[in-house]
Every structure is written in structure tokens, then in C-alpha cells.
Design a protein around this ligand. Structure first.
Ligand code: HEC
Length: 309
């Protein structure tokens, strides 16, 4: 590989392959994996860093090896490299500027006067790529401290709280417009013939066994009179059907079986049977329910209303 590709092709290609593999194998929905999972981004960053570090180390090792070669070997290598892809001039300049390395022949100028049993030390410049990175870290640190410690930027906990609050608002907004996802606060009475027919169908299949086909009541209470145990009106009915009746009374929760939209239809159908007076109805249970949310004429009427148990 090294023979054919110069480093500025090699490193990006390896990096891109790893990047592509991660994107391919990590299931991250509609967002790229490195955006959705910060750890992936961190991994890629560290990986790139290690790649570059390896290249720099290899380069240094090669230079030392070259130094140790005999003149014939050097000549042979020179000849071989003249056959390969030549590193372009701009790349050499760039590397020179980023690393500020001294050519090996001039290393003598850098030699410090330490000499420990033959081990000598060079006084190299700090490589500019490293120095710039260091400056960037300092600037980042100053900005970070100023923003989060001095000017009270949001920490992760407040950020989470804000996002949760926003999510709640979004869900409410969504529920308003999504017809299939309603709750007892947003449900409205349906009067459309097709809806009521669908409601009747649901009632006959699921509910007639206990409430009788005409809703006159049997095991379950009569649903056609104005007496309600758990409250009348579309909102209370929706609540009862969704969550079930009182414990141990036999009316189960239907939210696992019926969709909210279906509960709305069957509840609307039941309310359309009000006052239908079926034959031999079950005696009224519960109390007469008055819809307090209906507009009232007398001025003293209570305004706050939603009747949900
Ligand atoms: C296993 C029998 C059974 C089935 C099936 C059943 N119910 Fe009931 N239902 C009852 C009983 C018993 C009660 C009384 C609950 C209580 O007292 O808490 C009741 C109560 C109710 C109430 C409240 C009545 C009131 O007076 O407040 C509604 C509304 C209702 N059922 C609707 C339905 C619908 C709609 C279905 C079908 C999706 C259904 N029920 C299926 C037994 C049943």
C-alpha cells in the first residue's frame, strides 16, 4: 500500500473506509450515526488522531533507518523511489510548515551540549501543528469557563429539563392535530353517520355481551339512560372505556384492544343511544349526570368544568 499511495491519500482513504463501515453497520435511524451517538464521533476522532500519529512515527523511523544505511543501499532506495509516485511539492511544503523539521544533514546545528555516555539531545522546534492545537485548547478552555462558569450557561441537567418541557409541548401540539392519537382531554363527540355505524360495529363485537346489543344493560349497566356510575359525556366515557371501570366490577380497560379513534367512535355511538328506551332495561345505576361544561344561561354558573374522573 505504502508503495503506491502517498500519505495524504492513504490516511483519508483508511479513515473514510472506517467511517463508511460505521455508518453502514450502526443503525441510527434517519440521522448519521456520528451525530446520533457522540461516542461514534469521539471514536472516529481518536482513530484519525492515531492514524496520523502512526504516520508521523513511521516517517521518523524511516528517516533514522535511512541514516543508518550504507551508501549503496541509499542509492538503491533513491532509485526505487524515483520510480514511485512522487510526493508533490505543495505537500512537502505543507508538511515542512506543519512540522518545521530540520533536514537530517543540518541536525548538527541543533545538538545541545549534553552528552550522557554518547546519548545526545536535539533542540528541535516544537512542531507547529502541535503548538496550534495547544493554542486552540487554551482558547476553547477560556471560552468554556467564561460561558458555563461565569455567565451561567445551561448545564446538562437544565438542558435536559428544557428539552423535556419542550417535548411535552410538542406532544400536546401533535395530539391536537393527530386524529388517531387523542386522550380524554382532546376527544370530541362524533355525530357523523359513518362514525356511528363503525361505533355500533365495535359495540356489537366487544361490548354487547355485557351491556346487551341495545345497550339496555345486563352484567354491565344500562348505557341508554341518563344515570352514570362513572360520569357521562364523551370525555368520561372515553376515560372509562380506555381505563376500565372500578376494580372488581367487570369492566376491563380497552386501551390494549381498541385504538383511541375506535374508543371515540364506540363512545359516540353509546351517547347516540341516550333516551332510546330499550325493552326491559336494567335499573338505573349511579347518578344523573349533568354536563357542567355545557354553556349555561345563569350568570352564576361554575365556569371550570372538564369532568374527568
Ligand atoms: C365483561 C363485561 C363487560 C364488557 C365486555 C364491557 N363492559 Fe362496560 N361495563 C361493565 C361493567 C360491570 C360496568 C360497571 C363498571 C363499574 O361499576 O365500575 C361497565 C361500565 C361501562 C361504562 C360506564 C357506565 C357508567 O354508568 O358509568 C361504559 C361507558 C361502558 N361500560 C362501556 C363499554 C364498552 C364501550 C364496551 C366494549 C368496548 C364495554 N363496556 C364492554 C361490563 C362490561
Amino acid at each position: 500500500m505504502k508503495k503506491f499511495f502517498p500519505v495524504y491519500v492513504r490516511v483519508p482513504v483508511i479513515f473514510f473506509i472506517v467511517f463508511a463501515l460505521m455508518e453502514y453497520f450502526i443503525d441510527s435511524g434517519d440521522r448519521p450515526a456520528f451525530v446520533k451517538y457522540p461516542m461514534v464521533a469521539v471514536f472516529l476522532f481518536v482513530f484519525l488522531f492515531i492514524l496520523i500519529a502512526i504516520e508521523i512515527t513511521l516517517n521518523a523511523v524511516n528517516r533514522v533507518m535511512y541514516q543508518l544505511m550504507s551508501p549503496e543501499e541509499k542509492a538503491k532506495l533513491e532509485y526505487e523511489s524515483s520510480l514511485r509516485f512522487n510526493e508533490s511539492e505543495w505537500y512537502k511544503n505543507l508538511m515542512q510548515r506543519l512540522t518545521k523539521t530540520q533536514p537530517i544533514e543540518k541536525e548538527g546545528d541543533l545538538l545541545m551540549d549534553h552528552d550522557y555516555d554518547g546519548i545526545k539531545e536535539l533542540d528541535n522546534n516544537l512542531p507547529p501543528w502541535w503548538v496550534y492545537l495547544f493554542y486552540i485548547c487554551i482558547i476553547f478552555g477560556v471560552v468554556y469557563v467564561a460561558r458555563y462558569e461565569l455567565f451561567g450557561g445551561n448545564n446538562q441537567e437544565t438542558e435536559l429539563k428544557m428539552e423535556m418541557a419542550q417535548a411535552k409541548v410538542d406532544v400536546e401540539e401533535y395530539l391536537k392535530t393527530a386524529p388517531d392519537l387523542m386522550d380524554e382531554k382532546t376527544v370530541v363527540l362524533l355525530t357523523d353517520k359513518a362514525d356511528l355505524a363503525a361505533g355500533k360495529e365495535i359495540f356489537t363485537t366487544n361490548c354487547a355481551a355485557c351491556h346487551r346489543a341495545d345497550a339496555g344493560g345486563q352484567i354491565g349497566p344500562n348505557l341508554t339512560d341518563d344515570h352514570w356510575i362513572l360520569g357521562g359525556g364523551i370525555k368520561n366515557l372515553f376515560h372509562t372505556i380506555t381505563n376500565g371501570g372500578r376494580d372488581g366490577k367487570g369492566m376491563i380497560s380497552w386501551k390494549g384492544t381498541l385504538k383511541p379513534k375506535e374508543i371515540q367512535k364506540v363512545a359516540s355511538y353509546i351517547l347516540s343511544l341516550q333516551g332510546s328506551n330499550p325493552k326491559d332495561p336494567k335499573a338505573p345505576d349511579g347518578e344523573i349526570w349533568v354536563d357542567e361544561s355545557a354553556p349555561k344561561n345563569d350568570a352564576g354558573a361554575k365556569k371550570d368544568t372538564t369532568q374527568v374522573k
